[in-house]
Design a protein around this ligand. Structure first.
Ligand SMILES: [Zn+2]
Ligand SMILES: [Zn+2]
Length: 178
């Protein structure tokens, strides 16, 4: 979410031009009544959450870029009351109006939360099955990086065919990770 309540437009720096989004067919969320699970990379923190549809979104705001180290972060908005934790995540007050849940051991970003809201965001990548979701919109587009939006035409490589990585795994644990 964009934590900056001041939405006054500023001139974008060179190379980060705010371009209007291309014409697209809106992607709508489909009903999905399920309890899904997820957690952090080290497994110390796990959650289960009731979801009602498969809609999710990408946040491109500056706060999310800094908080995750990514060019954008995929979030699934859920009701706080529908989330159960095996252990509460640590929380960092990333601004005077919001906090972000994470695992202090492995650093995985897990949540975005306004304390006074009944809803919160869970990071899509922390779900066990991130492919369950579909993006329905972009948020924080005043600071998105257009060059990273549509990358499908770039060359593609598989991890399990990258010799240097495969050799490290085989030498260390004798197999590739699950
Ligand atoms: Zn954001
Ligand atoms: Zn962890």
């Amino acid at each position: 979410m964009n934590e900056n309540e001041n939405t006054q437009r500023q001139t974008a720096p060179a190379g980060q031009g705010v371009i209007p989004p291309p014409p697209t067919t809106a992607s709508s969320a489909e009903p999905l009544s399920a309890t899904l699970e997820g957690g952090c990379q080290c497994g110390r923190i796990r959650y289960a959450v009731r979801v009602e549809d498969d809609g999710a979104y990408l946040c491109h705001c500056k706060m999310c870029q800094h908080a995750t180290g990514g060019v954008a972060i995929a979030f699934k908005n859920v009701k706080k009351a529908d989330v159960t934790w095996t252990r509460e995540p640590e929380r960092y007050a990333s601004s005077p109006i919001a906090s972000r849940g994470f695992c202090k051991e492995c650093g995985t970003p897990l949540t975005f939360e306004f304390p006074d809201s009944l809803h919160m965001d869970l990071t899509v990548g922390s779900f066990d099955l991130p492919g369950m979701f579909r993006p329905t919109h972009h948020f924080g587009v005043e600071s998105w990086h257009p060059r990273w939006l549509d990358t499908r035409a770039l060359p593609t490589y598989r991890t399990d065919q990258h010799k240097a990585v495969v050799d490290r795994w085989m030498k260390t644990i004798g197999k590739l990770p699950d």
